[in-house]
Ligand binder design. Structure first.
Ligand code: PMV
Length: 335
């Protein structure tokens, strides 16, 4: 391997329309079920990685920068553990310098771990001299964050739970690319309430204590199949119905945990009501909600301005972003 190889990659975040909630293996970060998502344009992460003898900090460990500043320890250590996987794959023993910039607006409440680990998987594997297939790259990104596996793929992506113990069949593949269907996601950010519980801890608590977890799992394969058929038919009402029931069932399972996990706030409910009113008035828009209080509405691009305006006028909604489907993770530069 040539000394001091640097690679820079970009990836967009993604929003699940059929949710992932629960793991079949925590060490390998294997999902208990499949999921299906839309990768977004313009909201994501740019990450550069360089492996070299002089790339580490004064302590010899990987140097991890976020937004140009040294990253906070929890994040830096998560990145270092991920780099250990790449070093093991590439059979190298060099420290790295990693610099990540997020293009997700600060406090947007959009998961940046999906785009962050997708960009990191691509940049780090290339910088380490590896040329992974899209499936291998997706499986690698999954080790950083379950949802990151889907950001390797553009447009609509299906994540397979897989059955193999080593997780080699748990990766995402394309259902329809980013140009296949002119849809938009209107992201309504609601005033964040108390700090909520992170997805890994919340999934573990749901698995351990929610009497509805098994019921939730049993619904997912049917929802993935239905969402896929709806995408292939470009049937928004059908896809929207699946997305809404997947989100409400995921939240119902979490809500039934002990102690209960409640991500919603009053503005979350108000935004849902706004979308139902829009539908009653003939404008199709359907919600999904992740591990937080924000509401993401799926609609066709011709309706996006109207949907965004209605969400912006909803009490408690502080900001609305309208986002188009985007490409999968890509290399920006290599030297
Ligand atoms: O990838 P994680 O561990 O941040 O989990 C993602 C969980 C949800 O965003 C709520 C659902 C999903 O499928 O993205």
């Amino acid at each position: 391997m040539p000394e001091s190889k640097r690679a820079k990659a970009v990836a967009g975040t993604n929003i699940a329309l059929v949710k992932y909630w629960g793991k079949r293996d925590t060490a390998l970060n294997l999902p208990a079920t499949g999921s299906l998502s839309l990768t977004l344009a313009g909201l994501g992460s740019e990450t550069s990685v360089r492996f070299a003898h002089d790339a580490g900090g004064s302590d010899g460990r990987d140097r991890v920068l976020f937004g140009g500043e040294p990253a906070w320890p929890l994040f830096a250590n998560r990145v270092r553990r991920f780099l250990d996987l790449v070093r093991a794959l590439a059979k190298i023993d060099l420290p790295a310098e990693v610099a990540t910039v997020n293009t997700v607006p600060t406090a947007a409440g959009l998961a940046s771990s999906a785009s962050g680990f997708a960009a990191l998987a691509l940049a780090a594997s290339r910088a380490a001299g590896l040329r992974l297939s899209p499936a291998e790259l997706s499986a690698l990104a999954r080790r950083g964050s379950g949802s990151a596996a889907r950001s390797i793929v553009g447009g609509f992506a299906e994540m397979a739970a897989g059955t193999r113990k080593d997780g080699s069949d748990a990766y995402a593949h394309s259902i329809a690319d980013e140009n296949a269907w002119d849809v938009r996601l209107c992201v309504a950010m609601t005033a964040a309430g108390e700090k909520t519980v992170g997805s890994t801890a919340a999934m573990a608590l749901t698995e351990r204590t929610s009497p509805y977890y098994a019921a939730w799992l049993s619904t997912v394969p049917g929802d993935v199949a239905e969402a896929k058929a709806a995408i292939l038919a470009r049937d928004l009402a059908r896809l929207g119905s699946v997305a809404e029931r997947s989100a409400t069932r995921m939240h119902a399972a979490a809500l039934a945990a002990e102690p209960s996990i409640l991500y919603w706030n009053p503005a979350t409910l108000a935004a849902i009501a706004t979308l139902k009113e829009l539908r009653a008035g003939g404008t199709s828009a359907y919600f999904t909600i992740d591990a937080g209080p924000h509401v993401k509405a799926l609609c066709v691009s011709a309706d996006a301005a109207k949907v965004a305006a209605a969400l912006a006028a909803t009490p408690g909604v502080v900001r609305v972003l309208t986002v188009a489907p985007g490409p999968g993770a890509q290399i920006m530069s290599e030297d």
